[in-house]
Design a protein around this ligand. Structure first.
Ligand code: DAH
Length: 347
């Protein structure tokens, strides 16, 4: 093989291109002929490709390039003709119904935890509570000390709390109560806030509890706030959330930062096995802790306990999701299985 060979082959390439460009295509039949002649499996382009291996190595690059150009031209011409002459193309154009409704885009749904959280926020907003959000990595003072939690309280144990590596100062907040301390040190009464957010505890994961969950904290400080105000506020909440017939009960309890303290249960019932398991056989589900803010906490945060009093509460969200939507196991809320999540509404 010599260069002369390449020159003559190149002539053949160019001739084929010229011929292709001059083809008359003016009907579906001639379009099909064009396709077979140039683009078919035994067509001219295939033929030309066959020459490539005969061309001397030094010319092969140039030849490949030329061949590619011809191919592209043929294909684009074919597509142009196709738009005008293809019977299939014409038919499908005519069938486009511009008035047909579009396909709906798949819409995600809200996570049930967000749903309940937003409901809680809405309910308290209506009676004048504003939202205070704060950090999830807290310091020991706001999470424990300011809230009157003694040094030897079990909650401070590594067994119960996730500390940040190599530090006993910083931890993943174990409740939303530190937001109380942050707001009280920053603002003057009257204070009326709710603080929604994620909290963490070093707990064994089971159907009823998880190592991460959500709480909404509430705090109301003003002159002359009483336990009765608290009870009425919580009853209002329960009725708004679970309907006017809801049954609640306040049980005496203990929290270092409130005095007196209580826990509130909502009646879940004992209709089935799940109800027995979730309520430990009592029919009641505890949804929040509450109490009158301990004067020592007010002092820690720079508020005069002789002038002001107030109540606080902290509610778990996951428990209420179980209650409201009849979910049998808290772990389902963290698995992100779309078959589960899809069942909840988008708003
Ligand atoms: N922080 C408590 C907990 O996580 C809940 C709680 C109880 C919050 C009483 C409060 C309160 O504000 O007054 O278990």
């Amino acid at each position: 093989m010599t260069n002369t060979d390449w020159t003559s082959i190149r002539d053949r390439f160019l001739e084929a291109q010229k011929g292709m460009e001059q083809e008359v295509v003016d009907s579906p039949a001639s379009l099909e002929q064009f396709r077979i002649k140039y683009l078919g499996t035994k067509g001219i382009l295939k033929d030309l490709s066959g020459y490539l291996k005969e061309i001397p190595v030094e010319n092969r690059k140039e030849a490949g390039k030329l061949l590619n150009q011809i191919k592209q031209k043929t294909e684009s011409l074919f597509q142009q003709y196709q738009q005008t002459y293809s019977s299939a193309g014409k038919a499908s154009k005519a069938e486009i119904d511009l008035s047909a409704p579009g396909y709906p885009l798949p819409l995600g749904s809200r996570h049930p935890v967000s749903l309940v959280m937003n409901q809680v926020i809405d309910i308290f907003k209506r009676i004048g509570f504003t939202i205070a959000e704060d950090r999830e990595i807290e310091d020991d003072w706001h999470n424990f000390t300011a809230l009157n939690t003694p040094d030897d309280h079990p909650a401070r144990d590594m067994q119960d709390t996730f500390y940040i590596k190599d530090s006993i100062q910083y931890l993943l907040r174990t409740h939303t109560s530190p937001v109380q301390a942050r707001v009280m040190t920053r603002e003057k009464p009257p204070i009326r806030i709710i603080a929604p957010g994620r909290v963490y505890r070093n707990e064994t994961v089971s159907a009823r509890s998880h190592c991460q969950f959500h709480q909404v904290e509430g705090l109301y400080i003003d002159e002359g706030v009483s336990f009765a105000d608290m009870k009425q506020t919580l009853l209002y909440y329960a009725r708004e959330q679970y309907g006017p017939e809801v049954k609640i009960r306040l049980r005496p309890s203990f929290f270092p930062f409130t005095e007196p303290s209580a826990e509130m249960d909502v009646y879940y019932g004992l209709a089935d096995e799940t109800a027995h398991r979730i309520t430990k056989g009592t029919g009641w589900l505890e949804i929040l802790g509450c109490g009158m803010v301990d004067p020592a906490v007010l002092v820690n945060c720079g508020i005069d306990p002789d002038k002001y009093s107030g109540f606080a509460f902290g509610m778990g969200i996951e428990r209420q999701v179980l209650l409201k939507y009849n979910v049998p196991d808290i772990r389902m809320l963290f698995e992100n299985d779309v078959r589960f999540l899809r069942q909840f509404s988008a708003i």
